[in-house]
Design a protein around this ligand. Structure first.
Ligand code: GLP
Length: 260
């Protein structure tokens, strides 16, 4: 696992965009898995900036979403599909047909989950971006999720709903259910890139990276994957062991980017 502690949140976004740029420029077509959430807004804005500048061309990239709320109207700005349209599709002009996600409005959600799982597997995601919940969830795989889980309907924890309420208009509560790629689905991606910023993520990051591998902390499943990069800002890295917390300084001396 490569852990990169950026000097600040902006540098973490730049580093994330660097890794996406390297992949997109080296492979075509590219299957890129993206995550939503506040943490991803700055990296996506940087990806859009580079696309406009011409250094990162998304023209042959297929984008796959991790998850989606169940119960929002199709035009609700808080749905992950609409968020990705606003943050990525509209500003880059990439084809909406190149963006894939589970459809929470179909009658048969179980068939939808099975179908999306098949599409993600067939796509062979090259790089999957991930955020992390304060309770250690990845996508919407809440504590207790099986590491072998596939795309399915899940109930969201009260912790997740209260954390995510900040993305909803005043007083509105996030839905209680969602469709999410499973942990088993996520682990099939060739490379995983977890991004976390802010002190509220410090505990789940430390448990994910240094704690025991346990289904009570879904992100600890990343320890089982051979190709994982974790990009943090200093507050999110604050509870890591000392030698992992200081990579920037140490690696600057060594002329290296990453603490391994
Ligand atoms: C949601 C998403 C997750 C994301 C998490 C972190 O719950 N389903 O994929 O990792 O938010 O969100 P934020 O970046 O807003 O803290």
């Amino acid at each position: 696992m490569n852990i990169f502690v950026a000097p600040d949140r902006t540098a973490a976004a730049l580093r994330t965009a660097d890794l996406v740029e390297q992949l997109v420029n080296a492979t075509a077509p590219t299957a890129l898995g993206i995550a939503t959430g506040e943490t991803m807004e700055a990296p996506l804005a940087e990806i859009v900036r580079r696309h406009r500048r011409g250094t990162l061309n998304l023209a042959s990239t297929e984008v796959y979403l991790l998850d989606e709320y169940i119960g929002l109207q199709p035009d609700d700005p808080c749905s992950f599909a609409n968020t990705v349209n606003r943050l990525l599709v509209e500003p880059t002009g990439i084809s909406p047909g190149a963006v894939h996600g589970p459809d929470p409005h179909t009658l048969n959600l179980y068939a939808e989950c099975a179908g999306y799982e098949r599409r993600v597997r067939a796509a062979r995601i090259q790089l999957q971006l991930l955020g992390i919940g304060t309770n250690g969830h990845i996508a919407f795989n809440e504590p207790g999720s099986s590491f072998a889980s596939s795309t399915r309907v899940v109930r969201l924890s009260e912790q997740t709903r209260s954390d995510n309420a900040r993305s909803f208009p005043d007083g509105a509560q996030p839905p209680a259910a969602a469709i999410t790629q499973g942990i088993g689905t996520i682990l099939m991606a060739r490379e995983l890139l977890l991004v976390a910023c802010g002190q509220q993520k410090a505990q789940s990051v430390a448990r994910a990276v240094e704690g025991p591998v346990t289904r009570s902390l879904p992100a600890s499943a990343l320890q089982l994957h051979p190709n994982v990069t974790v990009v943090l800002d200093p507050p999110a890295a604050a509870l890591l062991a000392d030698d992992a917390r200081q990579p920037c300084r140490r690696n600057r001396e060594e002329g290296k980017d990453f603490y391994q």
